[in-house]
Every structure is written in structure tokens, then in C-alpha cells.
Design a protein around this ligand. Sequence first.
Ligand code: MLT
Length: 404
Amino acid sequence: MYKINDNYQKLPGSYLFSTIGKKVNAYSEANPDKQIIRLGIGDVTQPIAPAIIEAMHKAVDEMGKAETFHGYAPDLGYEFLRSAIVKNDYQARGCDIAMDEIFVSDGAKSDSGNIQEIFAQDNRIAVCDPVYPVYVDSNVMAGRTGTYNPKTEMWSDVIYMPCTMENGFVPEFPKETPDIIYLCLPNNPTGTTITKSQLQTWVDYANKVGAVIIYDAAYEAYISEDDVAHSIYECEGAKTCAIELKSFSKNAGFTGVRLGYTVVPKELKCGDVSLNAMWARRHGTKFNGAPYIVQRAGEAVYSEAGKAQLKEQVAYYMKNAKAIKEGLKEAGYTVFGGVNAPYIWLKTPEKMTSWEFFDYLLENANVVGTPGSGFGPSGEGYFRLTAFGSYENTLAALERIKKL
Ligand code: MLT
């Protein structure tokens, strides 16, 4: 008789955004006349930029001719894309990252869930609280998190680093020593970030205690302040302690196209064992590459026209972020984020719980957001709105919220 992976049975509820989706669909079915504005999941709404569409069309045509057809992609990704990444995302920022340290994938969500596979089961993970749920859930599935306490909503073997209004949403070094530290900066969900010198202290700490940092830089394109690092490799010593995850979803609108990459430096070693070699082995065995058409689309992200068009797209979303932040402040809310990230993090009014405010907003303003407690216990009493809606919908949502 076969046995299942019991760890899955430990997972409480369903994936946060699936739960929200189900709730919203139920409301919508019961109230078909209501125009719902969705500012919940961080999914983009602007179409793919013209320079990228052009590159995709060209690649589609190539696939239709025997002489330019492409089958399986190379293990690590096509050189044309990896060299564009190295040049634009690293060399341009003074980071010495080589092509064979870049692993092209179908997105940062998969990579952030899969990366834990190369680590032993008895590693202690440390996460910010609140946190992108994939980091914790994927470690639960791997049996690395101990037991769940429904009262505290915490796992016995996870080290939580609370990020709240009181500490400016900046994680502090934990009392217990972690083996794997997840950092997402600029942060999802709080929309806040830390300075490059603060990040340097994390790199120094990880090197000192022998921990590895899994650095999720999915929102890097939204950084507007000069003292914020665009890559962890801008910090000295990061190549011996950090893996960086990057996404094309938020900077280029690829949530439905799917493309990302992971950087595993060759200097990152556990004793004599190279993590780069381990990830190469895993990638080669379990992944057959992002599609050629999509990798050509990724290359176009770095073309002069692509860069200019995406700069406008990011500015469009950040105009939304500014409107949400200022509009909510005017309406008397306490708000954070929205300066270096497309997320606004607000205190729920009148001591409502995050889910109470979710229901209140859905029912009275027909606006969907994300309850802070869905990201972890320290998210209780907070709520996330995304700037990824259309400008018109963003303004309409604000008008409705102001009238409450
Ligand atoms: C979010 O809303 O937190 C993100 O869109 C989820 C994701 O990128 O997977």
C-alpha cells in the first residue's frame, strides 16, 4: 500500500490566494450586480510591452520553420538571455556574476518553493513575519517546520522575525541561530524595504553564523530610493552566503508568460560542496527549460525599447501606489510601503482583524485586498492593497473606501 507525504496533511487551510479567490467568487455569485475591484493578489493588469510582443512574434515565426525551430532549451537557459541578465542586472551595478551562475526558470514562485530541496531536512529556517506564504508552506511540505500551533499560527521549528510598525518592518537578527534565512526585499507583503547598509549587516551575519540567505528580489524594479540595493550581490561577501531569486512577472508583466531566474554563485559552498553544482544537477534533472519564445521575450526586456517601455509601466503602477497611499492617508488610515514596492500595507481601522476588514471592504466597497494575517501572525491587524490594478479602478476603489 502506498503512503502519502504526510507533511501535506499538516498544512492548515488552502493557499492564501486560493482562499481569497474562493471567497470573492462566492460573493460575486451571490451578488452578480456588484462591480468588484480586485486589489488583492499582486497580478499585473497592463499588457505586455510592444518591444516584447514583437520579440515573441518573431520567435513564434522561428518555431514554424525547420531551419530556425528550437526544441529543448539548454539546461541553464539560452546564452542570449543569460548574457543580457549578467550585463544589465549585475555588471551594470558593479556585481561580478558569471553566466554559469544564472539559472533561467519559469518564475520566482517555483524557484522559491523548490530551492529548499537542496538543503538537509534538519536545517532551521528563519522567515520575516509577515511573509510570502510560499517560503513557509514549501518547507512544511518538506517536513522541515515541526508542528503547527493553531492558536499562535506558528510552526514549532520555524524562527519568526516579526516585522511590525514598532520596528519599522525591519527584521532583527533572531535570538536562535538559523541555517536558512528568507529575505524578500523590497518586501512582499509590507511594501517596505531596508537600506543597502542594513542589508550588508545581514550578509555579514549570515557569513558569521554560517547561514544561507535566500534573497527574493522580485520587486527590485520598483526601487526608487538611492540607498536601496537592487541585488544582494551589491553587498560585500554576499557570494559566499546568498542565493538570489528574480522574476519577470512584476517588472515586465510576465505573470501569465512565466519567466524568472535564480543566481547561485560558485563561491557558495557548504564545506567542499558547491551549491551551484547541486542546483545545476537539480535543474537539469527536474526542469526542461523555459520556452524559447518566452526566453526571447525575456531578452527583449533588456533591449533599449523594452527598457524604456517597462520604465513607463513601472511608473504607471507606482502612480497607483502613490494615489492609494495618499488617498488612504486622507481618509485617516495609517499606511506604509508604496515607495519602493507596488504594495501598500495599512493598519485595519477600529481594531478590526485582517479578515474582518477583508469582509467589510468586500461587502461595503466591493474592493478586494489581502488580509495581513494571511501572511503570518504579525500581519494580524494589517491589510495589503496592490498597485497593480488599472489607474481608473484604483481611483474608483479609493473613492469607495473614502465613502465608508
Ligand atoms: C502576491 O500577491 O503576493 C503575489 O502576486 C503572489 C505571487 O507572486 O506568487
